[in-house]
Design a protein around this ligand. Structure first.
Ligand code: UDP
Ligand code: MG
Length: 334
């Protein structure tokens, strides 16, 4: 059997400090996998520049001039990590047999790729990279990240525990995945929905080699909301049941007040009444917020704006037709 062509898809946002180091590590991995005969020599590393404001794109183009195994595409602006990974996967799906997406900061152990490829060669179409330990993360990061997975599963979103976006996906799965047109992206929840044979490999998560995390708490919370609301409608159901319970409790309260009044005892206290009114006001706003979140999602989905726009490509990623039209346009201009 011919060895599969692998594309390693790497989103990069302001990563000029770390990219020169990790780029070499990815290339060494491609070389060692090629030597072992597990992947084809035509395999590539595809960087996706996510609208970086530093020299990231310059570094990528220099790398690709030095060695054609480095390739790159640049988004027209920053659209976030999920859109960057999607852009990379969609752009290379017809050029390869299998992809592995990984962050560019060296936190995810690249040696897990050997096991991923082995699993692929054994017939798996999707292989999830799962973090076995998070000892190098700060307590806050570990606590919030693990809480995030627990909250997701409680809210009815099925995800692989402690798996982020380090995963192998075959081009066959990507072909089907291309039919998932949603603009609210939460890849780690969407990929399991495609199905096909899958497995997990475990690795230890290291510290960032250089630079800073681009996922502050605000972005993490946004991702958590997106994850829950794009995978499950359980929050709306929970709102319904919470409303039901509050209504029943209020009914008991009303009965009690009527009985008290008939028995001649008047209920004293303005404060308790004010508290209940304020509390109910809060509950109603919260519930409306949950429903509003879904309406917002529908609004974005209906507009169906493009999920990514590629502004620039390195030579190996040029689309043939765009090169041709550019040439013919200039040729006719005298
Ligand atoms: N990233 C991106 N666009 C963004 C934010 C991050 O492409 O808007 C990339 C970033 O360059 C890195 C990966 O996503 O390769 C993960 O980001 P980071 O390491 O900052 O997140 P953390 O590991 O701290 O969760
Ligand atoms: Mg990171």
């Amino acid at each position: 059997m011919k060895a599969p062509v692998l594309y390693i898809v790497i989103p990069c946002y302001n990563e000029q400090e770390v990219l020169p180091t990790t780029a070499g590590m990815f290339l060494a991995k491609i070389e060692s996998l090629t030597e072992k005969g597990k992947i084809s020599p035509d395999s590539r590393i595809l960087f996706v520049n996510d609208g970086s404001r530093d020299d990231t794109w310059k570094i990528i183009t220099e790398l690709s001039e030095r060695d054609p195994r480095y390739q790159g595409i640049a988004q027209s602006r920053n659209r976030g990590h999920q859109a960057a990974v999607l852009a990379g996967l969609m752009e290379c799906r017809e050029r390869c047999d299998v992809t592995i997406s990984i962050d560019c900061d060296g936190q995810d152990d690249i040696n897990a790729m050997d096991e991923m490829i082995d699993a692929y060669l054994d017939g798996c179409e999707v292989v999830y990279g799962v973090r076995s330990k998070r000892e190098t993360d700060t307590f806050f990061k570990r606590f919030t990240a693990e809480g995030f997975y627990k909250l997701l599963s409680f809210m009815g979103a099925e995800v692989v525990f402690n798996h982020a976006d380090y995963r192998l996906i075959s081009s066959r799965v990507l072909k089907e995945f291309a039919n998932f047109k949603e603009v609210n992206l939460f890849l780690r929840g969407m990929v399991p929905l495609v199905g096909f044979k899958s497995t997990s490999v475990y690795y230890e998560r290291h510290e960032r080699i250089a630079g800073e995390s681009k996922y502050p708490l605000k972005k993490m919370l946004a991702l958590a909301f997106d994850g829950i609301t794009s995978l499950s409608v359980k929050p709306i159901r929970m709102v319904f049941f919470a409303g039901l319970i509050i209504m029943m409790l209020s009914f008991i309260g009303i009965l009690w007040a009527v009985v008290q009044a008939l028995a001649g005892g008047t209920v004293s206290g303005w404060a308790s009444l004010a508290c209940i009114v304020c509390f109910m006001g809060g509950v109603q706003c919260l519930f409306l917020g949950v429903i509003g979140e879904y309406i917002g999602k529908i609004y974005l989905e209906v507009k169906a704006r493009p999920r990514y726009i590629i502004a620039e490509r390195t030579e190996g990623m040029q689309e043939d037709f765009s090169v041709q039209t550019a040439v013919s346009w200039h040729d006719t201009e005298d």
